[in-house]
Design a protein around this ligand. Structure first.
Ligand code: ADP
Ligand code: MG
Length: 300
């Protein structure tokens, strides 16, 4: 098989591990920088160009689309989909997962437990919005933030109000969310492939930080999920249509509370923490999904 990793940076841990896993299983691996692809749309024949050459002979793609190029990256993934090439995550699922409001709407509809959240478009009634999610402290989130950067904990009503006003003033929409205090700066990342949770870790933020993101210096340890947590992770990935996903949840007093679902989850933290070769499992999943018959390669 020929498997392409869509990645803007071939030096990233995740990209390197995926390429290694592809080669180890006897396949051909290529890295395609989606932001340098040209999408050609003409009647009946979707074409992708890379370095001025038509992309051909690919059996499967693994999109690793960074948040800064979501739109363009998804257009490229969609083009591969139109060329009937197997993808581990569909463009629509990536788009959905990137918008925190959209994904929370989908998760709540699927019956997944999420923190109480409000989204509003007006500055007049902020006190009431804060009350709606249980009063301060509250969490304020940018719709498309990542790596913990766009998430604020406002301890008092005053702090919440001025922060929300500041965001509105910048014409930026935010979510206002109930603060799950018992998390104590920790959360759980469940790595889902197909219909299984293949690895899980508990992350703890730096002392004094309510955010558990490893990019902000959080520490991780491997954990065994409870059946309830496992179910919530699988249900969330399924609701968003993601076959490969990193599901983040807080172990709240009311059970697992889903925070977000990542469509290009990093491999470094989970592999180094759990010792599980997740990259290899992703390639194994592709093998399962694609007919092995050499004469039957899809998309050629
Ligand atoms: P990002 O996409 O930037 O990672 P998240 O929504 O995952 O944004 O929030 C970052 C971190 O902040 C989470 O991993 C979690 O530790 C903490 N956090 C987010 N929302 C809440 C909440 N409602 N209550 C408690 N902690 C939260
Ligand atoms: Mg997160």
């Amino acid at each position: 098989m020929k498997i392409a990793i869509l990645s803007a940076n071939s030096k990233l841990y995740s990209t390197k591990k995926l390429l290694e896993a592809i080669q180890k299983r006897g396949h051909e691996g290529v890295i395609i920088n989606h932001s340098l692809c040209h999408v050609m749309i003409e009647e009946e024949k979707p074409v992708l160009l890379y370095n001025n050459q038509i992309i051909e002979g690919i059996d499967a793609i693994i999109p690793r689309i960074g948040a800064s190029v979501t739109d363009y990256g998804c257009a490229v993934v969609r083009q591969f989909e139109m060329m009937k090439i197997f993808t581990t995550v569909k463009s629509q699922a990536i788009m959905r997962s990137r918008n925190k409001l959209r994904s929370l709407q989908i998760l709540s509809k699927a019956g997944v437990q999420i923190p109480k959240t409000v989204f509003a478009n007006q500055t007049k009634d902020i006190d009431n919005l804060i009350k709606l999610v249980g009063g301060p402290p509250v969490i304020i989130k940018l719709l498309e933030g990542t790596q913990g950067v766009g998430v604020v904990l406002a301890e008092s009503g005053k702090a919440a109000k001025s922060t929300i006003e500041a965001f509105y003033g910048l014409k930026t929409n935010v979510l206002i969310q109930e603060y799950i205090a018992e998390s104590n700066g920790a959360d759980v990342r469940a790595f889902v492939i197909g219909n299984k949770v293949v690895a899980a870790m508990r992350r703890q933020g730096q002392p004094g930080d309510f955010r558990s993101n490893l990019h902000l210096g959080g520490k991780a340890e491997t954990i065994e999920l409870s059946p309830e947590e496992e179910k919530a992770a699988l249900q969330s990935a399924k609701a968003l249509g993601l076959k490969v996903a990193g599901v983040d949840m807080i172990q709240s007093n009311r059970g697992p509370m889903i925070m977000e679902v990542n469509s290009s989850p990093g491999l470094e933290g989970i592999q180094k923490t759990t010792g599980i070769n997740v990259a290899d499992l992703i390639i194994g999943y592709i093998e399962e999904k694609i007919p092995v018959d050499e004469g039957d390669t899809i998309g050629v």
